[in-house]
Design a protein around this ligand. Structure first.
Ligand SMILES: C[S@@+](CC[C@H](N)C(=O)[O-])C[C@H]1O[C@@H](n2cnc3c(N)ncnc32)[C@H](O)[C@@H]1O
Length: 258
């Protein structure tokens, strides 16, 4: 992963004493290695053990738009192997008054792997960062009707979800959860979505049913959210993956709750 280098503090001059102004370019970026334990193939029940393209794309989006995260507490749902949560912490979201910066959540069955990956990479990505100081790691099942109070009261300003739109109950749960969080405070939600086109005999055409369900659900249940969609070729790519037109990012901005 490439990220911007921290600003240089020293002033550099040439032999005549002229100031050398650093140019923006490759030299401003540093390469950081991330080591993730993951599976290349899993049954549907264990998809959180794989690293999906959506996580790479959402991570790229965060690196390209760090201002979205500055000072915010982040809640990631369906965090999988933890890449996006790590990048969010590295980009610099905010921990406030004894609270941790990033809540990395998933189904209970995926938490041990998620936790190992966050621990393994934490200090490498976040200067002086100890995993325990940066991340809350806890189970969160979006298909449950109500979000727990601890999540509703968690002060999360940015909600992240990478490739979690693929089954009806999860999509419906996500929309319900966003509605509950948006009633608590002003939130921004970033979702990377694989359109996953299928041909159906019922429609006699190719459709992207999970993506369509999300878009319809958002406009029906959360009409006040301002939705902007980005294709992967609109975002600078720092990770290595196929940036296909089927991969999109939805940025949802909710108004201040009344
Ligand atoms: C396709 S994977 C994406 C994982 C990761 N975000 C990535 O992009 O690499 C879907 C994720 O959603 C999680 N998930 C499945 N059902 C869920 C539910 N009911 N509530 C919350 N997360 C769920 C899975 O455990 C998995 O981590």
């Amino acid at each position: 992963m490439k990220r911007e280098k921290a600003a240089k503090k020293s002033v550099v001059v040439d032999a005549d004493g002229d100031l050398i102004v650093p140019r923006k370019g490759e030299d401003d970026q540093e390469e950081v290695e991330i080591f993730l334990e993951l599976s290349l193939r899993t049954p549907l029940t264990g998809v959180g053990a794989q690293l999906w393209r959506g996580a790479l794309f959402l991570s790229d989006y965060l690196l390209a738009n760090p201002d979205i995260l500055r000072g915010a507490r982040v809640l990631e749902v369906g965090a999988g192997v933890g890449l996006t949560a790590l990048v969010a912490a590295a980009v610099g979201c905010g921990a406030a008054s004894g609270r941790k910066a990033v809540a990395a959540t998933d189904l209970e069955s995926n938490l041990a792997l998620l936790s190992r990956n966050l621990r393994r990479n934490c200090s490498r990505l976040v200067n002086g960062g100890e995993c325990e100081d940066l991340f809350d790691i806890f189970p969160l099942d979006l298909t449950k009707e109500e979000l727990p109070d601890s999540v509703l009261q968690g002060g999360y300003g940015v909600i992240l979800g990478a490739d979690i739109v693929y089954s009806d109950d999860l999509t419906d749960g996500l929309i319900r959860a966003l509605g509950q969080l948006a009633q608590m405070r002003r939130i921004t939600c970033l979702l990377s979505v694989e359109k996953r086109y299928v041909f159906t005999l019922a429609d006699l055409q190719t459709t992207a049913p999970a993506y369509d369900r999300l878009k319809e659900g958002l406009s029906r249940s959360l009409p006040t959210a301002e939705v902007t969609e980005y294709s992967s070729d609109q975002v600078e790519q720092r990770f290595c993956y196929e940036a296909s037109p089927d991969l999109v990012l939805l940025e949802l901005r909710f108004p201040e709750p009344s």
